[in-house]
Design a protein around this ligand. Sequence first.
Ligand code: SAM
Ligand code: SF4
Length: 434
Amino acid sequence: MARHYYIETMGCQMNEYDSDHLGRIFEDSGYLATSEPEEADFVLVNTCSVRAKAEQKALSRLGRLVALKKKNPRLLVAVAGCVAQQRGTDLLARFPSLDLVLGPREIGRFRDILRKIENDGTRLAAVDVHRAPTAFMGRFEYFQNSVKAYLTIMEGCNNFCSYCIVPYVRGRETSRSPHEILEEARNLVLQGVREITLVGQNVNSYVYEKTRFPELLQAMNKIKTLHRMRFTTSHPKDLSEELIQCFAGLEKLCPHIHLPFQAGSNAVLKAMKRGYTREKYMDLIRELREARPGIAVTSDVMVGFPGESEEDFELTLDLIRQIEFDNLFSFKYSDREGTPAARMKGKIPENQKLTRLARLQELQRGITLKKNKELVGKSIKVLVEGTSKKGQQLTGRTDTNKVVNFISDSSNINRLVNVKVKRSLFNSLWGELT
Ligand code: SAM
Ligand code: SF4
């Protein structure tokens, strides 16, 4: 009888890419996918530890998945991702029936590890953070049936922002060769993928021998039948003039950039070790808007960093008002064990963080609504991804990464269509095919 695997993915796009890779290895090893953990022979949870809440969620989910072994003692259970890397063998002690702890840099060895734990029942923690990025598998049916795909181009981060756990759990920056990236991209396009998002913790510090990120984008731009490319996440301090000019010169590069600013106060930015000032950040946005008028700008921001005064917070609100982001991902700062910020004085009380977050989100809500409203009456190109959550409509995205829902039959799935925007909401637009 066929064996089944179940994968649950939390966190960022890099985890999604990794889970996809793990799925292919399961399938190559004779497993079939299932969406029900109760039906699986092997369950794997791919975790995130960037904030305390994400880690707690991952551990409680892992606890519930391990408990499935009571009913099915032959079930194998693994934890992957950043919590796996951070906690390592402690997790084997904490969950006595957990079989495998797999760090993100160990995915390239998963095929052999899987065989080992299946054959001799070994319990192990594979958490070497210094391994090279996982090689492309060269499988033709990778990402089948999807019009868009993620492609990891680099792993790790060298920045050590004072609040962030990523450099400790994802290791140092290592870039994949352009040859391998382009081969993987062409392979995706051959299967029908039309939009590729290049992903990495800090994609704009990509460098492989003499190839830097702008050159990689130029090479990607030449791939025939690729309609759109995007990248995420980029760091303001590494946003070069050449990269800004890519938005002016490369027609496949979507007019959207996700550029985290984190805080609007120079004192806080310095304590975060971000390597830029609010003035520099605002200059970059101005240059981007000059290079590609209408470019959508989204960002990440944190409130309640240790020592953040009311004036510092006001400076964050002021920057948001001045830039008018299309959308913002906003977080309450949370201590991550082992980072310098966790040891800093001047911790902000939880209720104050909550109040600041609510004020910030209210401000951004108005800006997003205003920007979406400006699109009503306009005809825009949408790459159709599938049916909407409610099921009766199709859903897709504009090149500026806004979600658009509209009524149509499924023959338009995976196509680029023109939609006239009729209504705007906070998270999406609603329109009609033209
Ligand atoms: N590399 C990206 C950058 O430089 O901005 C961000 C990657 S991080 C995984 C995603 C976001 O999580 C960050 O932009 C930051 O806003 C947030 N984040 C990271 N550490 C955090 C912490 N300790 N508490 C709250 N939010 C955090
Ligand atoms: Fe974390 Fe900073 Fe690296 Fe982003 S750039 S992953 S926030 S250390």
